[in-house]
Design a protein around this ligand. Structure first.
Ligand code: BG6
Length: 500
């Protein structure tokens, strides 16, 4: 722990984390293991108060047991039983429905009796509960209760379109000031996502090339092998556009395309991201159909195992036209990027879990080597590999040794785990730490979320104009239907589909 972290950790004396929806999956899989890891690495003090607020008939001891079990099951770190006991020594369970004012009054009394100075509220509930909880936090005057700070972390989805996001934002602002609000996009907590800015702005070699003069196009891929699992109830009404594009993919795009911020502070970084989001070229109704390609998975094989199709998943309507795959061509109308296509795609049940940003540089103006060129027409690609094999790769063509005149593709590779000899930490560890320390750089600001929705709304509106009875389908374990290849081949380009 450095001096600054030590000071910040000391500032956390008499602090409570209040988790709404404490009985849910997110709490046990992500939040509680993250709190344990922060304590284990001395980044938070051991007397943190953790308050769980939910409907189930649990009590303090039961909650404590659940917390301990969840660390044992989900923490990637070494388990130190003594530390588990210490960090979960102050656990309180408040049993209440989210709409019952008495629950909030009980919470208020508890926080006052315990002498709490700082409060971090965490909304880990289904999004339908957000408005009620925020209203009642306001009504019971919990948002400015203490002499220290009060903040609220809000999970995605933040609205389901521009209008609902704006309504939610309006309500949140009646109870909290913007600097108290921490909207989570967990991709921003990933080390490799933060490294996009370091790679770009802590090095002199890339930035001069990072523009329309040298870049042919950019491909951002977030491919998953998992299906919809048990989340059909949510996913049916979201699709990949709301689940992944509105947040994670647009954030990756903004970090890749933004200008250098004036400083590395929350507002300076977010100012630059917002400028990119505002510069996204909106589509007209026909443009939406020409520049997006959606599809849905059918049954197939992932890692040699048979998996069912989307329509056969539990909770999915037989006539569902929810997209589980989307590819889109985006343009950023600013001086740096005008005319450079950004190809974004994401889907479930693709052959490989892979998140990467590939910067494809332009071809040479004239080929001097009349040789066999195995590196293809445009070998120069810089790939930021975000998961699962985290690192950066630069590909280029090299002369094959020997008398045969041939150019072969070769790579320069940086591998995170190999270079630093560490396991990449979970995004939530960093994000919860930042929320407790009061650093909002890795959280999305109000105007950022509404700009993201503004753009996505244009696509949703375009799709409404084109009511479909069915979507193109792709077999699970493939990179999408053939149509998605034509989508990019028409531009004389191709998708980077790695071999599995
Ligand atoms: C979530 C989506 O935000 O991100 C999920 O709701 C998706 O559908 C997940 O599976 C992917 O996150 P990660 O960190 O595994 O890439």
């Amino acid at each position: 722990m450095n001096n600054n972290e030590q000071k910040l950790s000391e500032n956390l004396l008499n602090t409570a984390v209040v988790i709404f929806g404490v009985t849910g999956d997110l709490t046990s899989r992500k939040l509680i293991p993250a709190i344990y890891e922060l304590y284990q690495s001395d980044r938070i003090p051991n007397n943190l108060n953790i308050v769980g607020f939910a409907r189930r008939d649990w009590d303090n001891d039961h909650l404590k047991k659940i917390f301990k079990d969840s660390v044992r099951s989900y923490s990637g770190k070494e388990i130190e039983e003594e530390k588990i006991d210490q960090i979960f020594s102050n656990v309180k369970y408040i049993q209440s429905s989210f709409s019952q004012l008495e629950g909030y009054e009980q919470l208020r009394k508890y926080l006052i009796d315990e002498g709490i100075k700082n409060v971090l509220f965490y909304l880990a509930t289904p999004p339908e509960a957000y408005e009620t909880i925020i209203e009642l936090i306001g009504k019971s005057e919990l948002s400015h209760l203490t002499e220290g700070w009060t903040r609220i972390v809000i999970e995605k989805p933040y609205g389901r379109d521009l209008a609902t996001a704006k309504n939610l934002d309006k309500l949140v602002h009646t109870v909290f000031n913007e600097n108290q609000i921490y909207r989570i996009d967990h991709y921003l907590g990933k080390e490799t996502v933060q490294n996009i800015l370091v790679l770009r702005f802590a090095n002199g070699i890339f930035e001069p090339l990072w523009n329309r003069q040298y870049v042919d196009h950019i491909q951002i891929t977030v491919a998953e092998t998992v299906g919809v699992g048990t989340r059909a109830g949510y996913y049916e009404n979201s699709g990949v556009i709301r689940d992944m594009f509105q947040n994670h993919l647009l954030q990756l795009l903004a970090l890749t395309a933004m200008e250098a911020p004036v400083g590395f502070t929350a507002n300076c970084v977010r100012d630059e991201k917002v400028k990119v989001l505002r510069a996204l070229k909106p589509y007209d109704a026909k443009g939406v159909l020409d520049n997006t390609f959606r599809a849905q998975y059918t049954s197939g094989y992932i890692d040699g195992k048979k998996v069912i199709g989307y329509k056969d998943e539990d909770g999915v309507a037989r006539e569902s036209i929810t997209e589980t795959f989307l590819a889109a061509r985006l343009y950023i109308d600013n001086w740096r990027w005008s005319g450079v296509p950004f190809y974004l795609r994401s889907g479930k049940r693709l052959p490989k879990r892979m998140t990467e940003i590939a910067i494809q540089f332009k071809q040479i103006p004239l080929s001097l080597f009349n040789w066999h060129n195995m590196a293809g027409d445009a070998p120069n690609v810089l790939v930021m590999k975000l998961q699962p094999d985290e690192g950066v790769t630069l590909s280029f063509g090299a002369k094959m040794p020997g008398h045969i005149n041939q150019i072969s593709p070769v790579e320069m590779n940086f591998d995170y785990e190999e270079s630093f000899d560490i396991k990449i930490p979970e995004a939530y560890v960093r994000l919860i730490q930042d929320a407790l320390y009061g650093d909002a750089t890795l959280f999305t600001r109000s105007d950022e979320v509404t700009s993201q929705w503004g753009f996505i709304n244009g696509i949703l509106d375009g799709w409404k104009e084109d009511p479909r009875k069915y979507l193109p389908v792709y077999e699970a374990g493939t990179w999408g239907p053939p149509g998605v290849d034509f989508f990019i081949k028409g531009d004389n380009r191709h998708w980077r589909n790695p071999e599995v």
